[in-house]
Design a protein around this ligand. Structure first.
Ligand code: MF3
Ligand code: CO
Ligand code: CO
Length: 268
């Protein structure tokens, strides 16, 4: 509709067209539907491999494609990150224990459009300290999303997340960030979950990207294990993450990966 759409900004960020929101909406909704369904598969004694198998089957039943299978040699339809695993946990045979908190991250492709989202789940009983971590992480994502307005910058998003998390005496992971997506999985910009107001690229209508803050109860530092995927907190403290795929609109944002059953938050 506007002639400025369909271009790429000086920062390399694609400005999608009005019609492209529909494709993202479909891909995002399928991702969220799968994340809704897996909630009942998370319980003590369950393996993360069995959860991943369910996800892989559902992705193909929906006529979608997994974006992660075959991505840089990754072999699974999800990343499942337990307790002190920050992100990119590899599903496997290990059984969940009572009180484990897990992030499940799913990315699907439908008609060439990518939907990428993750949420926290608990196996069995949630401890008070895990509950607080999960609440703060969820709320930090929502504060980041609320900063998505025309004229604001990516630094405003990062600042909203960082200032909230640090006021709760938790830390924001610096080693991983959100990303542009759309017809590609990871594209500019890097969406940092920390930063200074007014810095970075200015938000424009038609930008599509993820916000996916990782928050640690202890220090922010992470390391990647010998499997070259699993990222853990260096101090072994618990870590949580939530992720939405969103688009910038004339009056703010659209969240593509909203939960159809309103189950995004773990204590629903
Ligand atoms: N879904 C992750 C993200 O939020 C990326 C996972 S890549 C994988 O960007 F290969 F580890 F699956
Ligand atoms: Co992502
Ligand atoms: Co993801």
């Amino acid at each position: 509709m506007n002639d400025h759409k369909g271009r790429v900004t000086r920062d390399g960020i694609r400005i999608y067209e009005d019609a492209d929101f529909a494709g993202m909406h479909v891909a995002g909704k399928a991702t969220a539907q799968i994340l809704d369904e897996v909630a009942e598969l998370v319980f003590p004694g369950q393996t993360t491999g069995a959860i991943d198998k369910y996800i892989e089957d559902r992705v193909s039943e929906m006529g979608a494609t997994s974006a992660t299978i075959g991505y840089r040699g990754y072999k699974h339809a999800s990343c499942i990150s337990v307790n002190h695993v920050v992100c990119h946990g590899i599903p496997g045979d290990k059984k969940l224990k009572d009180g484990d908190i897990i992030n499940i991250d799913v990315t699907v492709i439908i008609d060439g459009w990518f939907g990428d989202s993750s949420r926290m789940y608990v196996a069995g009983k949630l401890s008070r300290k895990s509950e607080r971590l999960i609440q703060v992480t969820h709320d930090s994502l929502m504060k980041g999303i609320e900063a998505v307005k025309l004229g604001n910058t990516f630094g405003d998003i990062g600042h909203a997340i960082q200032s909230y998390v640090e006021a709760q005496r938790m830390s924001v992971v610096r080693d991983f960030c959100g990303h542009g997506l759309g017809r590609v999985f990871h594209s500019p910009p890097n969406v940092l979950h920390y930063g200074r107001p007014g810095t970075g690229a200015v938000l424009e209508e038609g930008m599509f990207f993820t916000i996916e803050p990782m928050v640690n109860l202890g220090r922010a530092e992470t390391k990647v294990l010998a499997d070259e995927w699993t990222a853990v907190t260096r101090d072994k403290s618990l870590s949580a993450q939530f992720e939405h795929s969103i688009g910038v609109t004339s009056d703010g944002f659209e969240i593509f990966t909203l939960s159809p059953a309103d189950k995004f938050h773990p204590t629903y």
